[in-house]
Design a protein around this ligand. Sequence first.
Ligand SMILES: C[S@@+](CC[C@H](N)C(=O)[O-])C[C@H]1O[C@@H](n2cnc3c(N)ncnc32)[C@H](O)[C@@H]1O
Length: 243
Amino acid sequence: MSLLRDEELAAAFDHASRAYDALVAANPGYHAHLRRSVRRLGLSGHGAGLRVLDLGCGTGASTAALRSVLPAAEVTAVDASVGMLRRAAAKPWADGVRFVRAPAERLAEAGVSGPFDAVFAAYLFRNVGDPDAVLGSVRALLRPGGRLGVHEYTLSGRRADRAVWTLVSRGLVRPVASLLGDGPLYRHLWRSVVEFDTAEAFTRRLRVAGFDRVRALPLPGWQTGITHTFVACRPHRAGEGQR
Ligand SMILES: C[S@@+](CC[C@H](N)C(=O)[O-])C[C@H]1O[C@@H](n2cnc3c(N)ncnc32)[C@H](O)[C@@H]1O
């Protein structure tokens, strides 16, 4: 099976949206880890006066993490799947959150424009066909000095971590997902992780895309060596980066 992309992937997420919240609730630490990644952006003042973009917001788990850590920030939450987005938008949100349906590759067409003080993308980058192009657009949407937070399955490169990922995916997640009719999406999930960048490779990718102050930070629990938070900045002056 090849990886799902674009409309095919959005359709798979549309279908999976019905059970998505229940599945992630069964994943220990899912929401706490998202909040930890948001805190790692290091934004102060509860986000007052800040504009934040949640790219690939899904059913709103990452949006909720942003609102929890940065309750005063204005959040624009974007997703390509109408099913995921509908569930996100149906939740009770305080003022300052708006949802936009758009692929990450075509934000301007959907009226999403910067500058943003921060962009957060949780479990998105493995899913896009051209991560470098999306990183380039994200960089352009950030104000100089603006922060990028990426929360992503990125293996350490150690065989043991890949083995744990395969065990969790094949032994736990896929059997449940198959019963729900979401087998193809969760086969894509396993494969997209083993074929995507290691944490070290994604760090390099961020530097090459022109971000600086790039750091890869591990997450605790079973996800150590499997999931990382990446934090990076758009340089203040053109031509800076590669650090
Ligand atoms: C695994 S979910 C994560 C959702 C949410 N960020 C969270 O932390 O729970 C990935 C989301 O990215 C969206 N997505 C995948 N590729 C996309 C793209 N190219 N443009 C916009 N959204 C995309 C999917 O529709 C899905 O809702």
